[in-house]
Design a protein around this ligand. Sequence first.
Ligand code: SAH
Ligand code: SF4
Length: 353
Amino acid sequence: MSTGIQNLVGLDRQELEGLARSLGKAPYRGRQLYHAIYRRRSTGIASLTDLDKDFKGALTARYHVDYPRVQAVFTSTDGAARYLLSLQDNTLIETVYMPEEQRVTLCLSSQAGCAVDCRFCFTALLGLQRNLSAGEILGQVLAVANEREILRSARLNLVFMGMGEPLLNLAQVMKAVRILADPQGFGIPLRRITVSTSGIVPRIGEMALDPRRPKLAVSLNASTEEQRTELMPINRKYPLRELLRACRAYPLRPRELVTFEYVLLDGFNDTDADARRVGELLRGMRAKVNLIPYNSGSELPYYASPMERVLAFQEVLAGYKIPAYIRISRGQDIGAACGQLRLKGMRNGATTP
Ligand code: SAH
Ligand code: SF4
């Protein structure tokens, strides 16, 4: 369904400079375009006022600034909102908006669906549809910022914890991260961008070498090799021992920590003995743990641990001097957990904007 019109969202500074040059303009015209698209979030070429008329005319014929379309919004009583976004080829993805007092966190998708097949995860049930392009990743930020009228001065936090395994789409994710972190682009500091992975060990090593690497979060979710393999079959390929070695080698900036996410599943990985093993595994690391109460659903045979278990788990980790935060899932009433949006969005017709 190609219209022959290309989307400018997703092009980086060099590419836009090249585009300007190809249209007979000076490279700085490309930089103006870059600034207008990402920094000022201009939505139409016509509104790019600092471009000369000639250039605008040439651009309009062949390019547009296109965001993913908001297909449905599920708003939670706690202020969080899940966006079901539709891409140019009608692929559906989810982005979650979570307002807090001093900042807004957006939870981004890196793929439509996921191939990793974690047993407790709803995105896994979809399988992998396809990778998202850098433009589709940036488009999530632009579409939600636009819809919510998020001020350019607002403190934005980005987490790649939506659909998909970001490290299996690393080139596009890193291209998006560079534009997001660029002061001339979105201007979101790297310390406020977190990429979460199920543990694709060689890609963690690759990210570690990049001076513009985002913060690392790892879905630990288990305290032994066997338990993790049962929950996350990827552990067979990249065992816990190697994963932790890669995490220890990940370079950290001052005050930065590696985040370990631990989804607590009732009677499966939530005992005091599990917590002690996690304490041992993370000993001596600059790490923190996010304890995530599970969002359950009828399709999968796991249940959330009771809150007293979650608190006990946290207490054991405190004994190991490991900071552990209970991440009360935002928007539980709207199923804001990873991957639930797509499934629910398909089944019951949500409110369309
Ligand atoms: N693929 C990446 C990022 C997306 S998943 C990863 O696995 O890290 C983001 C987080 O959501 C992971 O820590 C995962 O363990 C968690 N998660 C998945 N399904 C969940 C559910 N139903 N309830 C709570 N957390 C869930
Ligand atoms: Fe994929 Fe992450 Fe879900 Fe595992 S938890 S299936 S890696 S999205």
